[in-house]
Design a protein around this ligand. Sequence first.
Ligand code: ZN
Length: 624
Amino acid sequence: MSKEKTSEYYRKIGLKCGLEIHKRLNTKKLFCDCSTNMCGQRTGSIKRVLNMSVGELGETDEVAKKEVEKQKIFEYVCFEKETCLVDIDEEPPHTINKDALDIVLDLCLKFDCHIPDYIHIMRKTVLDGSNTSGFQRTALVGINGKINPFKDKTKKITIDSVCIEEESAQIEKESAGKRTYLLNRLGIPLTEITTDAFFSTPEELKEIALHIGMILNSTERVKRGIGTIRQDVNISIAGGNRVELKGVQDVRKMDKVVDLEIQRQQSLIKIRGKLKNSKIFFGDIFDAKNFFSASDSKIFKGKESYGIFIKKFSNQFSQNLNEVKTLGNEVAKIACVGTNALGIIHTDENLDKYKLRNEFEAIRKHFGLDENDLVACVVTDKANAAKVFAQLKARILMLQKEIPKETRAVLQNCDSVYMRPIAGAKRMYPETDVPKMPISKQYLKERKKNLFKTHDQKKEFYIQKLKLTEELANQIINLKMNMIFDEVQKNSSLKNIATETAKSILSYAGIIEKMKNDLGIKTTAQCFMECFDALQNNIITKQGSGIFLMEKLKNPDAETEKIITEYNIEKIDKTKLIQLITEVQKKSKTQNIKEIIRSIESSYKNQIDKKELIDLLVKSKKCL
Ligand SMILES: [Zn+2]
Protein backbone atom coordinates (compact mmCIF):
# COMPACT_ATOMS: atom_id res chain seq x y z
CA MET A 1 0.00 0.00 0.00
CA SER A 2 0.92 3.61 -0.54
CA LYS A 3 2.04 4.17 3.02
CA GLU A 4 4.89 1.72 2.69
CA LYS A 5 5.94 2.81 -0.78
CA THR A 6 8.13 5.86 -1.13
CA SER A 7 7.86 8.76 -3.49
CA GLU A 8 11.05 7.37 -5.05
CA TYR A 9 9.22 4.12 -5.81
CA TYR A 10 6.40 5.86 -7.68
CA ARG A 11 8.89 7.99 -9.58
CA LYS A 12 10.76 4.86 -10.64
CA ILE A 13 7.68 3.15 -12.05
CA GLY A 14 6.93 6.32 -14.05
CA LEU A 15 3.56 7.08 -12.47
CA LYS A 16 1.71 9.94 -14.16
CA CYS A 17 -1.67 11.13 -12.92
CA GLY A 18 -4.21 13.67 -14.04
CA LEU A 19 -7.49 14.79 -12.51
CA GLU A 20 -10.79 15.80 -14.03
CA ILE A 21 -13.31 17.14 -11.57
CA HIS A 22 -16.92 17.99 -12.32
CA LYS A 23 -18.92 19.95 -9.80
CA ARG A 24 -22.54 21.09 -10.00
CA LEU A 25 -23.18 24.79 -9.47
CA ASN A 26 -25.95 25.99 -7.23
CA THR A 27 -27.80 28.27 -9.66
CA LYS A 28 -30.66 27.86 -12.10
CA LYS A 29 -30.09 25.75 -15.22
CA LEU A 30 -27.41 26.90 -17.65
CA PHE A 31 -29.53 27.79 -20.67
CA CYS A 32 -33.04 28.22 -19.25
CA ASP A 33 -34.74 29.45 -16.13
CA CYS A 34 -35.57 26.06 -14.62
CA SER A 35 -34.79 25.20 -11.02
CA THR A 36 -31.98 22.76 -10.25
CA ASN A 37 -33.32 21.61 -6.87
CA MET A 38 -34.37 18.18 -8.18
CA CYS A 39 -37.39 17.92 -5.93
CA GLY A 40 -40.23 18.67 -8.38
CA GLN A 41 -43.14 16.36 -9.13
CA ARG A 42 -43.19 14.30 -12.33
CA THR A 43 -45.47 15.87 -14.92
CA GLY A 44 -45.29 13.34 -17.76
CA SER A 45 -42.88 12.10 -20.36
CA ILE A 46 -42.02 12.30 -24.06
CA LYS A 47 -40.49 9.72 -26.38
CA ARG A 48 -37.77 10.19 -28.99
CA VAL A 49 -35.68 8.14 -31.37
CA LEU A 50 -32.13 9.29 -31.98
CA ASN A 51 -31.99 10.52 -35.57
CA MET A 52 -28.43 10.44 -36.72
CA SER A 53 -26.84 8.45 -39.48
CA VAL A 54 -23.45 6.89 -39.00
CA GLY A 55 -22.27 8.82 -42.07
CA GLU A 56 -22.63 12.14 -40.27
CA LEU A 57 -20.04 11.05 -37.75
CA GLY A 58 -17.20 10.54 -40.20
CA GLU A 59 -15.18 7.39 -40.56
CA THR A 60 -13.08 7.28 -37.45
CA ASP A 61 -15.20 7.55 -34.36
CA GLU A 62 -15.75 3.91 -33.37
CA VAL A 63 -17.30 4.75 -30.04
CA ALA A 64 -19.86 7.03 -31.68
CA LYS A 65 -20.71 4.40 -34.29
CA LYS A 66 -21.28 1.76 -31.65
CA GLU A 67 -23.76 4.00 -29.87
CA VAL A 68 -25.76 4.78 -33.00
CA GLU A 69 -25.91 1.12 -33.96
CA LYS A 70 -27.63 0.34 -30.65
CA GLN A 71 -30.83 2.09 -31.91
CA LYS A 72 -33.14 2.71 -29.00
CA ILE A 73 -36.25 4.59 -28.05
CA PHE A 74 -35.57 7.21 -25.44
CA GLU A 75 -38.20 8.22 -22.94
CA TYR A 76 -37.69 11.54 -21.14
CA VAL A 77 -39.48 12.20 -17.84
CA CYS A 78 -40.42 15.86 -17.20
CA PHE A 79 -40.64 17.58 -13.80
CA GLU A 80 -42.58 20.52 -12.45
CA LYS A 81 -40.52 23.75 -12.54
CA GLU A 82 -37.50 21.69 -13.58
CA THR A 83 -38.24 21.00 -17.24
CA CYS A 84 -39.17 23.43 -20.03
CA LEU A 85 -39.16 23.58 -23.83
CA VAL A 86 -35.40 24.19 -23.84
CA ASP A 87 -34.83 20.94 -21.96
CA ILE A 88 -36.82 18.93 -24.51
CA ASP A 89 -35.10 20.73 -27.39
CA GLU A 90 -38.26 22.43 -28.65
CA GLU A 91 -36.95 25.93 -27.99
CA PRO A 92 -33.47 27.39 -28.58
CA PRO A 93 -31.30 27.81 -25.48
CA HIS A 94 -31.45 31.18 -23.72
CA THR A 95 -28.29 33.16 -23.03
CA ILE A 96 -25.87 31.54 -20.62
CA ASN A 97 -26.78 31.85 -16.94
CA LYS A 98 -24.77 34.78 -15.64
CA ASP A 99 -24.55 33.57 -12.02
CA ALA A 100 -23.11 30.26 -13.14
CA LEU A 101 -20.62 31.93 -15.44
CA ASP A 102 -19.57 34.29 -12.61
CA ILE A 103 -18.82 31.33 -10.34
CA VAL A 104 -16.60 29.76 -12.98
CA LEU A 105 -14.91 33.10 -13.75
CA ASP A 106 -14.16 33.47 -10.03
CA LEU A 107 -12.63 30.00 -9.97
CA CYS A 108 -10.48 30.91 -12.98
CA LEU A 109 -9.35 34.09 -11.22
CA LYS A 110 -8.54 32.08 -8.10
CA PHE A 111 -6.47 29.65 -10.19
CA ASP A 112 -4.85 32.58 -11.98
CA CYS A 113 -5.98 31.23 -15.35
CA HIS A 114 -5.76 33.00 -18.65
CA ILE A 115 -9.35 34.02 -19.48
CA PRO A 116 -10.23 34.67 -23.15
CA ASP A 117 -11.96 37.89 -24.29
CA TYR A 118 -15.02 35.94 -25.42
CA ILE A 119 -16.71 32.82 -24.10
CA HIS A 120 -17.72 30.67 -27.07
CA ILE A 121 -20.38 28.05 -26.44
CA MET A 122 -19.58 24.81 -28.25
CA ARG A 123 -21.52 21.60 -28.94
CA LYS A 124 -20.04 18.21 -28.11
CA THR A 125 -21.79 15.28 -29.80
CA VAL A 126 -23.55 12.94 -27.33
CA LEU A 127 -25.20 9.87 -28.80
CA ASP A 128 -26.34 7.83 -25.82
CA GLY A 129 -29.55 9.84 -25.49
CA SER A 130 -28.50 11.54 -22.27
CA ASN A 131 -29.08 14.86 -24.00
CA THR A 132 -32.31 15.58 -25.87
CA SER A 133 -30.51 17.69 -28.46
CA GLY A 134 -27.88 15.05 -29.30
CA PHE A 135 -25.07 17.23 -27.99
CA GLN A 136 -23.79 18.75 -24.78
CA ARG A 137 -23.04 22.46 -24.61
CA THR A 138 -19.72 23.43 -23.14
CA ALA A 139 -17.48 26.49 -23.03
CA LEU A 140 -13.86 27.05 -22.15
CA VAL A 141 -13.59 29.77 -19.51
CA GLY A 142 -9.94 29.60 -18.50
CA ILE A 143 -6.69 27.85 -19.31
CA ASN A 144 -3.27 27.41 -17.82
CA GLY A 145 -3.94 28.10 -14.15
CA LYS A 146 -2.01 27.04 -11.07
CA ILE A 147 -2.74 25.74 -7.61
CA ASN A 148 -0.41 24.96 -4.75
CA PRO A 149 -2.09 22.34 -2.66
CA PHE A 150 0.95 21.38 -0.60
CA LYS A 151 2.63 22.78 2.47
CA ASP A 152 5.65 23.39 0.29
CA LYS A 153 4.23 26.37 -1.58
CA THR A 154 6.82 26.22 -4.36
CA LYS A 155 5.29 22.93 -5.59
CA LYS A 156 2.61 23.87 -8.09
CA ILE A 157 0.10 21.86 -10.12
CA THR A 158 -1.06 23.15 -13.49
CA ILE A 159 -4.76 23.53 -14.15
CA ASP A 160 -5.06 22.80 -17.85
CA SER A 161 -8.56 24.10 -18.34
CA VAL A 162 -11.68 25.26 -16.56
CA CYS A 163 -14.94 24.81 -18.45
CA ILE A 164 -18.61 25.48 -17.86
CA GLU A 165 -21.00 22.90 -19.22
CA GLU A 166 -24.42 21.35 -18.85
CA GLU A 167 -25.14 18.19 -16.87
CA SER A 168 -26.66 15.27 -18.77
CA ALA A 169 -30.02 13.63 -18.10
CA GLN A 170 -29.92 10.78 -15.62
CA ILE A 171 -30.74 7.20 -16.66
CA GLU A 172 -33.62 5.85 -14.63
CA LYS A 173 -34.07 2.44 -16.21
CA GLU A 174 -33.17 0.49 -19.27
CA SER A 175 -34.72 -2.39 -21.14
CA ALA A 176 -33.95 -4.11 -24.46
CA GLY A 177 -35.23 -1.39 -26.80
CA LYS A 178 -35.85 1.53 -24.45
CA ARG A 179 -33.97 3.73 -22.08
CA THR A 180 -35.65 6.17 -19.68
CA TYR A 181 -33.99 9.44 -18.69
CA LEU A 182 -34.93 12.02 -16.07
CA LEU A 183 -34.86 15.60 -17.34
CA ASN A 184 -34.56 17.35 -13.98
CA ARG A 185 -30.79 16.86 -14.05
CA LEU A 186 -30.32 17.88 -17.69
CA GLY A 187 -28.91 21.39 -18.00
CA ILE A 188 -27.70 21.85 -14.43
CA PRO A 189 -24.52 23.95 -14.73
CA LEU A 190 -21.26 22.15 -14.08
CA THR A 191 -17.74 23.32 -13.89
CA GLU A 192 -15.11 20.96 -15.22
CA ILE A 193 -11.60 21.39 -13.89
CA THR A 194 -8.84 19.46 -15.64
CA THR A 195 -5.25 19.26 -14.47
CA ASP A 196 -2.15 18.56 -16.42
CA ALA A 197 -0.71 15.01 -16.24
CA PHE A 198 1.93 15.14 -13.53
CA PHE A 199 3.97 12.96 -11.27
CA SER A 200 2.56 12.50 -7.79
CA THR A 201 2.26 9.76 -5.23
CA PRO A 202 -1.29 8.40 -4.72
CA GLU A 203 -1.34 10.17 -1.36
CA GLU A 204 -0.43 13.51 -2.96
CA LEU A 205 -3.04 13.02 -5.67
CA LYS A 206 -5.66 12.66 -2.96
CA GLU A 207 -4.43 15.88 -1.36
CA ILE A 208 -4.71 17.70 -4.70
CA ALA A 209 -8.27 16.47 -5.25
CA LEU A 210 -9.23 17.50 -1.72
CA HIS A 211 -7.66 20.92 -2.26
CA ILE A 212 -9.62 21.51 -5.48
CA GLY A 213 -12.78 20.35 -3.69
CA MET A 214 -12.05 22.80 -0.87
CA ILE A 215 -11.68 25.69 -3.35
CA LEU A 216 -14.93 24.72 -5.10
CA ASN A 217 -16.83 24.65 -1.79
CA SER A 218 -15.26 27.96 -0.79
CA THR A 219 -17.23 29.74 -3.54
CA GLU A 220 -20.28 28.85 -1.35
CA ARG A 221 -22.20 28.62 -4.62
CA VAL A 222 -21.71 25.01 -5.62
CA LYS A 223 -24.05 22.14 -4.79
CA ARG A 224 -23.03 20.05 -1.82
CA GLY A 225 -23.63 16.42 -0.96
CA ILE A 226 -23.73 13.05 -2.68
CA GLY A 227 -23.72 13.08 -6.46
CA THR A 228 -22.78 16.75 -6.83
CA ILE A 229 -19.12 16.04 -7.56
CA ARG A 230 -17.59 13.59 -10.01
CA GLN A 231 -13.91 12.84 -9.89
CA ASP A 232 -12.07 11.07 -12.66
CA VAL A 233 -8.39 10.09 -12.58
CA ASN A 234 -6.08 9.34 -15.49
CA ILE A 235 -3.23 7.02 -14.69
CA SER A 236 -0.30 5.58 -16.56
CA ILE A 237 2.96 3.91 -15.60
CA ALA A 238 6.06 3.26 -17.71
CA GLY A 239 5.33 0.33 -20.04
CA GLY A 240 1.62 0.60 -19.26
CA ASN A 241 -0.93 2.84 -20.89
CA ARG A 242 -3.27 5.70 -20.16
CA VAL A 243 -6.34 4.51 -18.30
CA GLU A 244 -9.23 6.79 -17.37
CA LEU A 245 -10.84 5.85 -14.08
CA LYS A 246 -14.32 7.32 -13.98
CA GLY A 247 -16.30 8.23 -10.91
CA VAL A 248 -14.14 8.03 -7.79
CA GLN A 249 -16.97 8.35 -5.27
CA ASP A 250 -15.04 9.05 -2.14
CA VAL A 251 -12.03 11.29 -2.57
CA ARG A 252 -10.52 9.92 0.65
CA LYS A 253 -10.11 6.58 -1.11
CA MET A 254 -8.45 8.02 -4.18
CA ASP A 255 -5.01 6.74 -3.15
CA LYS A 256 -6.36 3.21 -2.89
CA VAL A 257 -7.97 3.50 -6.35
CA VAL A 258 -4.65 4.61 -7.82
CA ASP A 259 -2.72 1.85 -6.06
CA LEU A 260 -5.02 -0.90 -7.31
CA GLU A 261 -4.71 0.41 -10.87
CA ILE A 262 -0.91 0.54 -10.60
CA GLN A 263 -0.93 -3.08 -9.45
CA ARG A 264 -3.23 -4.03 -12.34
CA GLN A 265 -1.00 -2.41 -14.95
CA GLN A 266 2.14 -3.92 -13.38
CA SER A 267 0.59 -7.41 -13.46
CA LEU A 268 -0.49 -6.94 -17.08
CA ILE A 269 3.07 -5.92 -18.01
CA LYS A 270 4.40 -9.13 -16.40
CA ILE A 271 1.74 -11.28 -18.10
CA ARG A 272 2.59 -9.70 -21.46
CA GLY A 273 6.24 -10.59 -20.90
CA LYS A 274 5.34 -14.22 -20.30
CA LEU A 275 2.82 -14.57 -23.16
CA LYS A 276 4.55 -12.39 -25.73
CA ASN A 277 6.17 -15.16 -27.75
CA SER A 278 3.73 -17.99 -27.14
CA LYS A 279 1.12 -19.08 -29.63
CA ILE A 280 -2.29 -19.24 -28.03
CA PHE A 281 -4.59 -21.91 -29.48
CA PHE A 282 -8.36 -21.61 -29.00
CA GLY A 283 -10.70 -24.52 -29.70
CA ASP A 284 -14.07 -24.02 -31.41
CA ILE A 285 -17.11 -23.08 -29.38
CA PHE A 286 -19.01 -26.22 -28.35
CA ASP A 287 -22.50 -26.89 -27.05
CA ALA A 288 -21.98 -27.77 -23.39
CA LYS A 289 -25.54 -28.52 -22.30
CA ASN A 290 -25.18 -32.32 -22.31
CA PHE A 291 -22.14 -32.24 -20.06
CA PHE A 292 -24.27 -30.64 -17.34
CA SER A 293 -27.49 -32.62 -17.77
CA ALA A 294 -26.95 -34.64 -14.58
CA SER A 295 -25.10 -31.86 -12.73
CA ASP A 296 -25.73 -30.80 -9.13
CA SER A 297 -24.92 -27.23 -10.13
CA LYS A 298 -27.92 -24.94 -10.13
CA ILE A 299 -26.03 -22.58 -12.43
CA PHE A 300 -25.74 -25.04 -15.32
CA LYS A 301 -28.22 -27.86 -14.87
CA GLY A 302 -30.81 -27.98 -17.67
CA LYS A 303 -29.72 -24.63 -19.12
CA GLU A 304 -28.46 -23.74 -22.56
CA SER A 305 -24.69 -23.38 -22.22
CA TYR A 306 -21.57 -23.21 -24.35
CA GLY A 307 -17.88 -23.71 -23.84
CA ILE A 308 -14.47 -23.11 -25.29
CA PHE A 309 -10.99 -24.43 -24.49
CA ILE A 310 -7.58 -22.78 -24.70
CA LYS A 311 -4.58 -25.11 -25.06
CA LYS A 312 -1.80 -24.79 -22.50
CA PHE A 313 -3.47 -21.83 -20.82
CA SER A 314 -4.10 -23.31 -17.37
CA ASN A 315 -3.03 -21.25 -14.35
CA GLN A 316 -3.18 -17.99 -16.30
CA PHE A 317 -6.65 -16.96 -15.17
CA SER A 318 -5.81 -17.67 -11.52
CA GLN A 319 -3.01 -15.07 -11.44
CA ASN A 320 -3.73 -12.02 -9.32
CA LEU A 321 -4.09 -8.73 -11.19
CA ASN A 322 -4.23 -6.78 -7.96
CA GLU A 323 -5.15 -7.29 -4.33
CA VAL A 324 -8.81 -7.84 -5.10
CA LYS A 325 -9.05 -9.76 -8.37
CA THR A 326 -7.52 -12.33 -10.71
CA LEU A 327 -6.94 -12.11 -14.45
CA GLY A 328 -9.88 -14.52 -14.82
CA ASN A 329 -12.21 -12.09 -12.98
CA GLU A 330 -11.17 -9.27 -15.27
CA VAL A 331 -11.40 -11.16 -18.57
CA ALA A 332 -14.77 -12.70 -17.66
CA LYS A 333 -16.25 -9.26 -16.93
CA ILE A 334 -15.05 -7.87 -20.24
CA ALA A 335 -16.23 -10.95 -22.17
CA CYS A 336 -19.77 -10.53 -20.82
CA VAL A 337 -20.09 -6.82 -21.70
CA GLY A 338 -23.13 -6.16 -23.89
CA THR A 339 -24.47 -9.71 -23.53
CA ASN A 340 -27.00 -11.31 -21.18
CA ALA A 341 -24.37 -13.66 -19.70
CA LEU A 342 -23.78 -13.24 -15.98
CA GLY A 343 -20.30 -14.71 -15.86
CA ILE A 344 -17.90 -17.39 -17.03
CA ILE A 345 -16.82 -20.46 -15.10
CA HIS A 346 -13.44 -21.96 -15.95
CA THR A 347 -11.00 -24.63 -14.82
CA ASP A 348 -8.68 -22.14 -13.10
CA GLU A 349 -11.34 -21.68 -10.44
CA ASN A 350 -12.16 -23.87 -7.47
CA LEU A 351 -14.77 -25.97 -9.26
CA ASP A 352 -15.71 -27.87 -6.10
CA LYS A 353 -17.26 -24.63 -4.90
CA TYR A 354 -19.76 -24.85 -7.77
CA LYS A 355 -20.03 -28.67 -7.64
CA LEU A 356 -18.73 -28.74 -11.20
CA ARG A 357 -15.41 -30.58 -10.99
CA ASN A 358 -16.61 -33.83 -12.61
CA GLU A 359 -18.44 -32.03 -15.40
CA PHE A 360 -15.35 -30.03 -16.43
CA GLU A 361 -13.22 -33.17 -16.21
CA ALA A 362 -15.66 -34.90 -18.56
CA ILE A 363 -15.30 -32.02 -21.03
CA ARG A 364 -11.50 -32.31 -20.91
CA LYS A 365 -11.72 -36.04 -21.45
CA HIS A 366 -14.18 -35.69 -24.32
CA PHE A 367 -11.90 -33.31 -26.25
CA GLY A 368 -8.68 -35.13 -25.34
CA LEU A 369 -7.42 -32.27 -23.16
CA ASP A 370 -5.30 -32.42 -20.04
CA GLU A 371 -4.78 -30.29 -16.95
CA ASN A 372 -2.62 -27.82 -18.86
CA ASP A 373 -5.59 -26.80 -20.98
CA LEU A 374 -8.12 -24.30 -19.77
CA VAL A 375 -11.84 -24.87 -20.29
CA ALA A 376 -14.38 -22.05 -19.89
CA CYS A 377 -18.19 -22.29 -20.01
CA VAL A 378 -21.04 -19.81 -20.01
CA VAL A 379 -24.77 -20.10 -19.51
CA THR A 380 -26.53 -18.24 -22.33
CA ASP A 381 -27.94 -18.72 -25.86
CA LYS A 382 -25.84 -19.38 -28.93
CA ALA A 383 -25.67 -15.80 -30.23
CA ASN A 384 -24.67 -14.36 -26.87
CA ALA A 385 -22.15 -17.16 -26.31
CA ALA A 386 -20.54 -16.35 -29.67
CA LYS A 387 -20.18 -12.73 -28.53
CA VAL A 388 -18.86 -13.67 -25.08
CA PHE A 389 -16.15 -15.94 -26.49
CA ALA A 390 -15.22 -13.49 -29.28
CA GLN A 391 -14.66 -10.83 -26.61
CA LEU A 392 -12.78 -13.30 -24.43
CA LYS A 393 -10.45 -14.23 -27.31
CA ALA A 394 -9.86 -10.59 -28.26
CA ARG A 395 -8.94 -9.71 -24.68
CA ILE A 396 -6.58 -12.67 -24.29
CA LEU A 397 -4.83 -11.86 -27.58
CA MET A 398 -4.51 -8.28 -26.39
CA LEU A 399 -2.63 -9.51 -23.30
CA GLN A 400 0.26 -10.45 -25.58
CA LYS A 401 0.45 -7.06 -27.24
CA GLU A 402 -0.25 -4.06 -25.05
CA ILE A 403 -1.82 -2.73 -21.91
CA PRO A 404 -5.18 -1.55 -23.22
CA LYS A 405 -5.84 2.18 -23.27
CA GLU A 406 -9.36 2.29 -21.87
CA THR A 407 -12.00 3.94 -19.75
CA ARG A 408 -12.90 2.06 -16.57
CA ALA A 409 -15.58 2.62 -13.95
CA VAL A 410 -14.47 2.77 -10.32
CA LEU A 411 -16.31 0.35 -8.02
CA GLN A 412 -17.20 0.58 -4.32
CA ASN A 413 -14.17 -1.52 -3.34
CA CYS A 414 -11.84 0.97 -5.16
CA ASP A 415 -11.15 -1.50 -7.95
CA SER A 416 -12.33 -0.71 -11.48
CA VAL A 417 -14.15 -2.48 -14.28
CA TYR A 418 -13.88 -2.08 -18.04
CA MET A 419 -16.34 0.42 -19.60
CA ARG A 420 -15.17 1.21 -23.15
CA PRO A 421 -12.11 2.11 -25.21
CA ILE A 422 -10.93 5.69 -24.59
CA ALA A 423 -13.02 7.95 -26.81
CA GLY A 424 -11.10 10.12 -29.23
CA ALA A 425 -11.12 13.84 -28.48
CA LYS A 426 -14.72 14.78 -29.10
CA ARG A 427 -15.19 17.02 -32.07
CA MET A 428 -16.77 20.29 -31.17
CA TYR A 429 -18.98 22.55 -33.21
CA PRO A 430 -19.87 26.15 -32.42
CA GLU A 431 -23.32 26.54 -30.82
CA THR A 432 -25.04 28.89 -33.26
CA ASP A 433 -28.10 29.53 -31.06
CA VAL A 434 -26.18 31.27 -28.27
CA PRO A 435 -24.10 34.38 -29.06
CA LYS A 436 -20.51 34.53 -27.82
CA MET A 437 -20.18 36.31 -24.51
CA PRO A 438 -17.66 39.15 -24.17
CA ILE A 439 -15.63 39.25 -20.94
CA SER A 440 -14.09 42.67 -20.40
CA LYS A 441 -10.86 43.22 -18.54
CA GLN A 442 -12.68 45.78 -16.41
CA TYR A 443 -15.29 43.21 -15.38
CA LEU A 444 -12.62 40.73 -14.36
CA LYS A 445 -10.78 43.42 -12.41
CA GLU A 446 -13.92 44.15 -10.41
CA ARG A 447 -14.63 40.50 -9.72
CA LYS A 448 -11.07 40.04 -8.60
CA LYS A 449 -11.46 42.84 -6.05
CA ASN A 450 -14.26 40.92 -4.31
CA LEU A 451 -12.96 37.43 -4.94
CA PHE A 452 -14.03 34.77 -2.44
CA LYS A 453 -11.64 33.67 0.29
CA THR A 454 -10.91 29.95 0.45
CA HIS A 455 -11.96 27.94 3.48
CA ASP A 456 -8.27 27.50 4.31
CA GLN A 457 -7.83 31.27 4.32
CA LYS A 458 -10.95 31.68 6.44
CA LYS A 459 -9.82 29.07 8.91
CA GLU A 460 -6.52 30.86 9.32
CA PHE A 461 -8.38 34.13 9.92
CA TYR A 462 -10.63 32.52 12.56
CA ILE A 463 -7.67 31.09 14.40
CA GLN A 464 -5.18 33.95 14.06
CA LYS A 465 -7.44 36.98 14.28
CA LEU A 466 -10.60 35.81 16.07
CA LYS A 467 -8.70 33.45 18.39
CA LEU A 468 -11.02 30.50 17.81
CA THR A 469 -9.56 27.10 18.59
CA GLU A 470 -8.67 25.01 15.56
CA GLU A 471 -11.45 22.59 16.45
CA LEU A 472 -14.08 25.33 16.51
CA ALA A 473 -12.78 26.83 13.27
CA ASN A 474 -12.98 23.43 11.60
CA GLN A 475 -16.48 22.80 12.91
CA ILE A 476 -17.75 26.17 11.69
CA ILE A 477 -16.53 25.34 8.19
CA ASN A 478 -17.35 21.64 8.10
CA LEU A 479 -20.90 22.23 9.33
CA LYS A 480 -21.26 24.92 6.65
CA MET A 481 -21.96 27.61 9.25
CA ASN A 482 -19.13 29.94 8.21
CA MET A 483 -21.26 32.32 6.13
CA ILE A 484 -23.72 32.84 8.98
CA PHE A 485 -20.89 33.13 11.47
CA ASP A 486 -19.13 35.78 9.35
CA GLU A 487 -22.30 37.82 9.01
CA VAL A 488 -23.26 37.62 12.70
CA GLN A 489 -19.68 38.32 13.71
CA LYS A 490 -19.64 41.43 11.51
CA ASN A 491 -22.83 42.92 12.95
CA SER A 492 -23.29 41.50 16.39
CA SER A 493 -22.93 43.29 19.67
CA LEU A 494 -21.07 40.15 20.77
CA LYS A 495 -18.24 41.29 18.55
CA ASN A 496 -15.40 40.69 20.93
CA ILE A 497 -16.37 37.23 21.98
CA ALA A 498 -16.10 35.32 18.72
CA THR A 499 -15.70 32.03 20.55
CA GLU A 500 -19.07 32.46 22.28
CA THR A 501 -20.74 33.40 19.01
CA ALA A 502 -19.17 30.45 17.23
CA LYS A 503 -20.29 28.01 19.91
CA SER A 504 -23.82 29.44 19.95
CA ILE A 505 -24.12 29.28 16.19
CA LEU A 506 -22.81 25.74 16.07
CA SER A 507 -25.42 24.63 18.58
CA TYR A 508 -28.08 25.53 16.00
CA ALA A 509 -26.35 23.86 13.02
CA GLY A 510 -28.87 21.02 13.14
CA ILE A 511 -31.79 23.45 12.80
CA ILE A 512 -30.22 25.14 9.78
CA GLU A 513 -29.57 21.78 8.15
CA LYS A 514 -33.14 20.67 8.76
CA MET A 515 -34.81 23.91 7.66
CA LYS A 516 -32.97 24.20 4.31
CA ASN A 517 -34.33 27.75 4.09
CA ASP A 518 -33.79 30.01 1.14
CA LEU A 519 -33.65 33.26 3.07
CA GLY A 520 -30.14 34.25 2.10
CA ILE A 521 -27.29 34.81 4.49
CA LYS A 522 -28.17 38.35 5.57
CA THR A 523 -31.69 37.48 6.70
CA THR A 524 -30.61 34.20 8.28
CA ALA A 525 -27.91 36.03 10.23
CA GLN A 526 -30.50 38.63 11.30
CA CYS A 527 -32.69 35.84 12.72
CA PHE A 528 -29.70 34.51 14.65
CA MET A 529 -28.92 37.93 16.07
CA GLU A 530 -32.49 38.45 17.24
CA CYS A 531 -32.36 35.05 18.89
CA PHE A 532 -29.08 35.92 20.65
CA ASP A 533 -30.51 39.29 21.76
CA ALA A 534 -33.55 37.63 23.27
CA LEU A 535 -31.28 35.18 25.08
CA GLN A 536 -28.99 37.89 26.36
CA ASN A 537 -31.89 40.01 27.59
CA ASN A 538 -33.26 37.01 29.49
CA ILE A 539 -36.51 36.95 27.52
CA ILE A 540 -36.06 33.34 26.43
CA THR A 541 -34.02 30.40 27.72
CA LYS A 542 -31.51 28.24 25.90
CA GLN A 543 -34.15 25.46 25.70
CA GLY A 544 -36.72 27.78 24.15
CA SER A 545 -34.26 29.42 21.79
CA GLY A 546 -34.33 26.55 19.29
CA ILE A 547 -38.08 26.96 18.85
CA PHE A 548 -37.66 30.71 18.65
CA LEU A 549 -34.98 30.50 15.95
CA MET A 550 -36.92 27.97 13.93
CA GLU A 551 -40.06 30.14 13.92
CA LYS A 552 -38.03 33.22 13.11
CA LEU A 553 -36.44 31.42 10.13
CA LYS A 554 -39.88 30.33 8.94
CA ASN A 555 -41.13 33.89 9.14
CA PRO A 556 -38.35 36.45 9.59
CA ASP A 557 -40.83 39.36 9.91
CA ALA A 558 -42.62 37.83 12.89
CA GLU A 559 -42.33 39.96 16.03
CA THR A 560 -40.27 38.54 18.87
CA GLU A 561 -43.10 39.06 21.39
CA LYS A 562 -45.58 37.27 19.19
CA ILE A 563 -43.42 34.18 18.75
CA ILE A 564 -42.73 34.02 22.48
CA THR A 565 -46.42 34.18 23.42
CA GLU A 566 -47.60 31.87 20.68
CA TYR A 567 -45.11 29.14 21.51
CA ASN A 568 -45.13 29.69 25.26
CA ILE A 569 -41.39 30.13 25.58
CA GLU A 570 -41.13 33.24 27.74
CA LYS A 571 -38.49 32.76 30.39
CA ILE A 572 -39.77 32.28 33.95
CA ASP A 573 -37.99 34.68 36.25
CA LYS A 574 -36.39 33.87 39.57
CA THR A 575 -39.29 34.94 41.80
CA LYS A 576 -41.77 32.83 39.86
CA LEU A 577 -39.33 29.92 39.88
CA ILE A 578 -39.04 29.99 43.71
CA GLN A 579 -42.82 30.04 43.87
CA LEU A 580 -43.01 27.01 41.58
CA ILE A 581 -40.51 25.09 43.70
CA THR A 582 -42.50 25.73 46.84
CA GLU A 583 -45.72 24.64 45.14
CA VAL A 584 -44.22 21.36 43.96
CA GLN A 585 -42.65 20.65 47.34
CA LYS A 586 -45.99 21.14 49.06
CA LYS A 587 -48.02 19.22 46.54
CA SER A 588 -45.80 16.17 46.16
CA LYS A 589 -44.33 16.29 49.66
CA THR A 590 -40.82 15.69 48.38
CA GLN A 591 -37.43 17.28 48.88
CA ASN A 592 -35.76 15.17 46.22
CA ILE A 593 -34.06 17.60 43.83
CA LYS A 594 -34.37 15.31 40.80
CA GLU A 595 -38.07 14.75 41.36
CA ILE A 596 -38.74 18.44 41.74
CA ILE A 597 -36.83 19.25 38.56
CA ARG A 598 -38.71 16.55 36.67
CA SER A 599 -42.03 17.86 37.89
CA ILE A 600 -41.31 21.48 36.94
CA GLU A 601 -39.78 20.50 33.63
CA SER A 602 -42.84 18.50 32.65
CA SER A 603 -44.85 21.71 32.41
CA TYR A 604 -42.28 24.44 31.81
CA LYS A 605 -39.44 22.75 29.91
CA ASN A 606 -38.86 25.55 27.41
CA GLN A 607 -39.30 28.33 29.94
CA ILE A 608 -36.83 27.56 32.68
CA ASP A 609 -33.12 27.95 32.90
CA LYS A 610 -32.17 24.54 34.25
CA LYS A 611 -28.93 25.75 35.80
CA GLU A 612 -30.78 28.50 37.65
CA LEU A 613 -33.33 25.99 38.90
CA ILE A 614 -30.65 23.62 40.20
CA ASP A 615 -28.80 26.47 41.91
CA LEU A 616 -31.99 27.55 43.67
CA LEU A 617 -32.79 24.01 44.81
CA VAL A 618 -29.28 23.41 46.09
CA LYS A 619 -29.37 26.71 47.95
CA SER A 620 -32.78 26.01 49.52
CA LYS A 621 -31.60 22.58 50.62
CA LYS A 622 -28.65 24.17 52.43
CA CYS A 623 -31.06 26.48 54.25
CA LEU A 624 -33.14 23.61 55.56
ZN1 ZN B 1 -35.68 24.47 -18.57
